[in-house]
Design a protein around this ligand. Structure first.
Ligand code: NAD
Length: 463
């Protein structure tokens, strides 16, 4: 059911008081400038013309901050701590406009077919392979995630691993827990003055660079693109150059065909004797049997691994030779830190994920913005201001085929299109347009014309 368009009042003006002691030209200019900057054009809060009373299904114990952010915008939220099976989802999903999940709830094509009202999916995690992204895009549903909220957490973990490895901290601690006093300094080093080689200078690598320099560590990095080094860090020309110069090598590249086994026997041989390898990126980036060989021979002094080619699916599962054939050998080596993919697992990262994904979901519902969507063209328009009371925003998800824009613009022709932007990704395209001087009655006929276009997947009007 359509709700009337809200026509808010005029632009809000905040009055600035001018001090009676303002005497010289500079003061007067400054106070004028201040007045002008306070006459800010306030963005207007938009509401879906249809779908009033939006309902969200939030699963898997997503942070309360996210739930509260949704509620604060007047959305109805059903919040569950557990994941839902496909059958449970098939029963429930039909009455929801949005769903928030983590990694355990699978959004399959069958679920999407049953999701007749669904507008948006929020993955409150890093990965999105639990969602059939293509089927979601074809149904006009953008999927948002939070790929970089835990960069700082990973960088801090690496900092701790540098010190723990170079002081053989876990071995000493293990011995003392066994009742053995073994005070020694041989083979234990400060990290100050050592060289850290960062492979992949993206979100994590660059954060780490700054933290490491604060410890007095020299930083070199290798990346496939030329990047501005932070602080005194230095980009080197090749992976080989980095490997032969660094005392610590830490990996922060994505898993790609060219990064699988990028650290294998030849690369380990190039590393300095007594160097350390740290992998918090993806398990397949390191050839682990070759690493085991290097550690056993004493060429490398230690390693820290947070990620593995195969990882158990749930907590409490064994990490044994059935998961990875070399697991028991790896577990028996000295000065090797093994952690269960916890690089990004902190309370802060979870909070950031909650904030980032809830904001992206709200921006899509309220403003139509798809910036950050993983399966959708990324489109946004600057806000409609409070004084633009008769403007309507059209959000038109359509099939990426010839002739669509001509048809749509013919429909818009009687109005003034204030701004418009469209983009495509694969078979799906998305157009946003702000149109002026649209009366509430015009909206219905505009909606009908646009929805009648062959290419229409999902059209929403915000006003
Ligand atoms: N252990 C964890 O819990 C955890 C948490 C978050 C991220 N990660 C992983 O960490 C890795 C890095 O994450 P990020 O957020 O910094 O990614 P990012 O995309 O910001 O940075 C990756 C960098 O690697 C570079 N790169 C790509 N291919 C390369 C190659 N062949 N050689 C050298 N550089 C190359 C890219 O140019 C980019 O600068 C990813 O694999 C991610 O999945 C792990």
């Amino acid at each position: 059911m359509s709700s009337p368009i809200q026509i808010p009042g005029k632009m809000r003006t905040v009055a600035a008081s001018v001090s009676p002691t303002t005497t010289n030209i500079h003061d007067r200019f400054a106070s004028l400038h201040r007045q002008e900057s306070l006459n800010v054009r306030q963005p207007r809060v938009l509401h879906p013309v249809e779908n009033e009373g939006l309902r969200l299904l939030i699963l898997e114990n997503i942070s309360m901050e996210a739930v509260n952010a949704f509620k604060a915008q007047g959305l109805h939220v059903d919040h569950y701590t557990k994941a839902m099976s496909e059958d449970e989802l098939l029963q429930k999903i039909g009455s929801y406009h949005g769903i928030g999940i983590r990694s355990k709830t699978k959004i399959t094509e069958r679920v999407l077919k049953a999701a007749t009202k669904l507008l948006v999916i929020g993955c409150f995690c890093i990965g999105t392979n639990q969602v059939d992204l293509k089927a979601a895009a074809s149904a006009g549903i953008p999927v948002f995630n939070s790929p970089f909220s835990n960069s700082r957490s990973v960088a801090e973990l690496v900092m701790s691993e540098l010190v723990v490895l170079s002081r053989q901290l876990f071995e000493r601690s293990y011995e003392l827990r066994q009742g053995l006093w073994n005070k020694q300094s041989k083979g234990c080093w400060e990290v100050r003055g050592k060289t850290l080689g960062i492979v992949g200078y993206g979100h994590i690598g660059s954060q780490l660079s700054v933290l490491a320099e604060a410890f007095g560590i020299r930083v070199i990095f290798f990346d496939v693109i030329n990047l501005m080094p932070l602080g005194s860090a230095r980009q080197v020309e090749s992976l080989d150059a980095l490997l032969s110069e660094a005392d610590f090598v830490t990996l922060h590249v994505p898993e790609l065909p060219e990064t699988i086994n990028m650290i294998s026997r030849d690369q380990l041989t190039l590393m300095k004797k007594g160097a350390y390898l740290i992998n918090n990126a993806r398990g397949k980036v390191v050839d682990i049997p070759a690493l085991i060989e290097s550690l056993k021979s004493g060429h490398l002094a230690g390693a820290a691994l947070d990620v593995f080619p195969s990882e158990p699916g749930s907590n409490g599962s064994p990490f044994d030779d059935q998961v990875n054939p070399w697991a028991s050998t790896l577990r028996s080596l000295h000065n090797v830190i093994l952690t269960p993919h916890i690089g990004g697992s902190t309370e802060e990262a979870q909070r950031m994920i909650g904030q980032e994904v809830s904001q992206a979901v709200l921006r899509y519902i309220g403003l139509g913005s798809t910036i950050g969507a993983v399966n959708f063209p990324e489109v946004d328009l600057r806000a409609i201001t409070a004084e633009e009371g008769d403007h309507v925003r059209v959000c038109y998800v359509h099939k990426n085929q010839p002739g669509v824009l001509k048809l749509v613009n013919e429909t818009f022709a009687p109005y003034n299109v204030e701004k418009q932007y469209s983009d495509s990704k694969g078979e799906v395209a998305y157009l946003m347009a702000d149109i002026a001087n649209v009366s509430p009655m015009d909206i219905t006929s505009l909606q009908e014309s646009i929805r009648r276009t062959d290419a229409n997947i999902l059209t929403r009007f915000l006003a």
